[in-house]
Ligand binder design. Sequence first.
Ligand code: SF4
Length: 114
Amino acid sequence: MIYRFTCIVCPLGCAVEVEVENGKVVEVKGHTCPRGEEWAIQEVINPKRVVMSVVPVEDGALPTVSIKTAEPVPKEKISELMKFLSELRLKAPVKIGETVAEWNGVKIVATRGA
Ligand code: SF4
């Protein structure tokens, strides 16, 4: 089976093809650099995404603060993560870049202060 993607690692957006046989990657084509090859293989085997959201802040200058995961998480786990985030409540002050929580070993980082 051949999977076709547009690489999202950099703005060049190379059209990448990954050929899989018996559950194993046998060939990657179309990438311009090793980062794209690595991303394309991961996209077939275990796709991951950095997740961004907002969570409520108590006693802050703003009612919510934007957050993101410090690293990409498996796509299949995103709904579980979103449930965790929906129950998360922060208390001001929150500083930009601060780790405000941890989920399954993944740091949740504030991308704005409150
Ligand atoms: S393959 Fe390399 S050059 Fe092409 S979009 Fe991906 S990261 Fe950029």
